[in-house]
Design a protein around this ligand. Sequence first.
Ligand SMILES: Nc1ncnc2c1ncn2[C@@H]1O[C@H](COP(=O)(O)OP(=O)(O)O)[C@@H](O)[C@H]1O
Ligand SMILES: [Mg+2]
Length: 301
Amino acid sequence: MEDQAEKLREIVNRKKDSPSGSPEKPSRIVSRDSKKTRIITVTSGKGGVGKTNLSVNMALAYARLGKKVVVMDADLGLANVNVMLNMVPKYNLYHVIKKQKTIREILVDTDYGISIVAGASGFSQIANMAENERQNFINELDTLSNADIIIIDTSAGVSSNVLDFIAAADDAVIITTPEPTAITDAYGIIKIIATEYDDLNMGLKLVVNRAKGAVDAKKVADRMITIAGQFLNLKVDYLGFIYDDVVVSHAVLRQKPFMVIDPRCKASLCVQHIVERLEKSELRKSEGLGGMMRKLFGRSK
Ligand SMILES: Nc1ncnc2c1ncn2[C@@H]1O[C@H](COP(=O)(O)OP(=O)(O)O)[C@@H](O)[C@H]1O
Ligand SMILES: [Mg+2]
């Protein structure tokens, strides 16, 4: 816990002190292109709480609604969307940054009606991109704008990259389990978002994964939402829960999404419900994909 708090402070201080780091806060109310690509980040305080499973299966649920969906693996350390889908993409974001490939060339269709942009451990090098590399990368990512939905599976915890992704997206989905450690770390990331972007009326949304049931999950969510409201003056919406379901771990072992293994299992029905709720929720105005990427990479030195 001490570690997490220390990391949070460090990031806040760095951002505040940095002369050229990030003086400007992202503005939320800005015009958007006519073509709406909804950008959803999935993140958590603690690792292993279900980000990748939620990202991939949410993408499938969206695809079933007839949406064109891209899952982008932005986990800096553990790029594993492709592993979950039993795919071995030859190229990933690293090759795009290095101008060896275009994003269209690395975008891979899956058997499930969604496309993926594979991540790389080298993704963290984005922060150190040269100006021309950065510009090229931004232009490249713009070409994803014909997707209806882009789901970004981020790494756990707080890094500036993750925070920037969260701030720039339309919806930031925070996922936790009912475990006290996961809850504390989820609260930690909500707190850092509130500290960093205090002018931002953002659509933070909470998912409780691996719950025993609706009552159990709601208790966890209510506590977190109340504390965020009281201490951070931040509105967090409860998006729903996912049952702890043995189908999930089976699916992971078989390297297929649980929505494919059993679309009627408890976890699948929950994810479907989550996507329905997201669809009903109001879409915040944002600058769309290009704007997001400019914010993301225009901010670092
Ligand atoms: N709803 C669930 N029910 C049962 N097991 C789950 C559930 N969600 C996640 N898990 C287990 O947790 C592991 C980690 O999930 P994953 O999506 O890879 O987490 P993250 O991306 O946050 O690291 C999975 O391999 C699976 O075994
Ligand atoms: Mg993951």
